[in-house]
Design a protein around this ligand. Structure first.
Ligand SMILES: *Cc1c(COP(=O)(O)O)cnc(C)c1O
Length: 423
């Protein structure tokens, strides 16, 4: 499959990861502290400390440490009062955990297309969605790859229509918009400590809110909804969603390194930007004036004119080699060949088999009407740009190896490999 010029590179001896846990030693100290004091369950000092520190860092009053970001989003859906058949506006270009909790509660996601400035929810498409479904009361917005969305405009639209916002800040902990932390803009917000995130607990997540009553409900629901009684008394359905004090120890040891991790990720982003500047590609964009990303994943998108042919089925991809051009598939396969992990852009939710029947709204309204045209990649809006922005980014973009521990030399080598793909 690989032709001449791509064979001049050496395979990386140690695999270069997309984004793996980066430990510092303090994590062990707090794990051991939990062990030595026998607070090995879902109560303990580590939990109390990280709840306080992270609420303070993000600038919200209340936080509840949970088993995962997904469980935080699930309980956010319950707080939002989603019932069977309720429609919920949800960012289309995201990881599936943004949307699954809507479905856990019986809600029906309506997917909102992205825009090109931040790759997040397009406020124009969101406004269109309210024209079509004025009854909707909940919006789920994410900050993809650590880049803040146009959250001010989304908040304005939400307020205008009396809707609440659930903010999925799982990928963007530490990123700010107009000086304010992501995870503080929504009514109910989630962050994640999954192994690949900017800081990790090995797993874990947190719900953040300004609403005391909401935080208390989440505390209760996450520990099996026990009522205040001498026996197990239950008046609501409960969940086993609380974070372990051992996991909280890992998070506690990582918190002092959030700043350092962001600085490393930023350096990685700008090294790619500089190293790839002569190629017909762009790095994932952000609003330089108003936002500071946490640069969680560095991504690139190939200019239209430099896209070599690539076709993707539901589970497989093929590409052709063309002089001066390349494709995400060629770059992904080439990097993998040399033992470096890159990844496709998250495949848009409206294109997932499981959500084939869900509504999808673009900046010109109902996007499903033109599904066949999208599949052929030919649908453009009145402005001449692709109408299905999420699919366009998926087709032309990819996530680059962004591990905190990548060395300058390794990154230079990755840049050379990418360049060779365009030869
Ligand atoms: C990781 C992630 C989640 C889920 O967090 P977990 O802690 O893995 O459950 C949710 N949304 C997005 C956008 C994510 O990247």
């Amino acid at each position: 499959m690989f032709i001449g010029e791509n064979d001049k590179f050496k395979k990386f001896e140690n695999k270069i990861w997309l984004s793996s846990p980066t430990m510092h030693g303090e994590e062990l100290y707090y794990i051991k502290k939990a062990y030595d004091t026998n607070w090995m369950s879902t109560i303990g000092e580590n939990i109390d400390v990280i709840e306080e520190k992270i609420a303070e860092k993000i600038g919200v009053y209340y936080s509840v440490a949970l088993a995962s970001g997904t469980s935080a989003l699930h309980l956010a859906m319950k707080l939002a009062g989603i019932k069977r058949g309720d429609k919920v506006f949800c960012q289309d270009l995201t990881f599936a955990a943004t949307v699954n909790p809507i479905v856990y509660e019986g809600g029906e996601p309506v997917f909102i297309d992205s825009e090109y400035d931040t790759w997040n929810m397009d406020p124009v498409a969101l406004e269109k969605a309210f024209e079509i479904f004025p009854e909707v009361k909940v919006i789920v917005v994410a900050h993809l790859y650590g880049t803040p969305s146009k959250i001010d405009q989304i908040r304005q639209i939400a307020d205008k229509h009396g809707a609440i916002i659930v903010e999925d800040a799982a990928e963007s902990f530490g990123a700010t918009y107009k000086g304010k932390e992501t995870g503080s803009f929504g009514d109910y917000n989630a962050i994640s400590f999954n192994g690949n995130k900017i800081i990790t607990g090995s797993s874990g997540g947190m719900l953040l809110t300004e609403n005391k009553e909401a935080a208390e409900k989440v505390r209760k629901w996450s520990t099996q909804s026990r009522e205040n009684a001498p026996w197990y008394q239950h008046e609501e359905i409960g969940y086993n969603y609380r974070m372990s004090n051992v996991i909280a120890g890992v998070v506690r040891g990582q918190i002092p390194y959030l700043k350092e991790h962001i600085a490393q990720k930023k350096e990685i982003y700008y090294r790619y930007k500089e190293g790839l500047k002569n190629l017909p590609i762009k790095m994932n964009p952000f609003d330089k004036e108003n936002s500071k990303p946490n640069y969680w994943l560095s991504c690139m998108i190939i200019d239209n004119k430099a896209m070599a042919k690539q076709v993707r089925s539901e589970t497989e991809a093929l590409y052709t080699r063309e002089k001066g051009k390349s494709s995400p598939t060629e770059i992904l396969e080439t990097l993998a060949k040399y033992n470096a992990e890159a990844r496709p852009i998250w495949k848009p939710m409206h294109m997932q088999a499981i959500f084939r029947n869900s509504s999808f709204i673009t900046r010109e309204g109902n996007g499903r009407a033109k599904t066949n045209a999208y599949i052929k990649g030919g649908s453009v809006g009145k402005d001449g740009k692709p109408l299905d922005v999420g699919m366009d980014i998926f087709n032309r973009g990819l996530c680059l190896p962004s591990d905190n521990k990548i060395t300058k030399e390794e990154q230079d080598e990755i840049i050379k490999i990418i360049k060779a793909c365009f030869n």
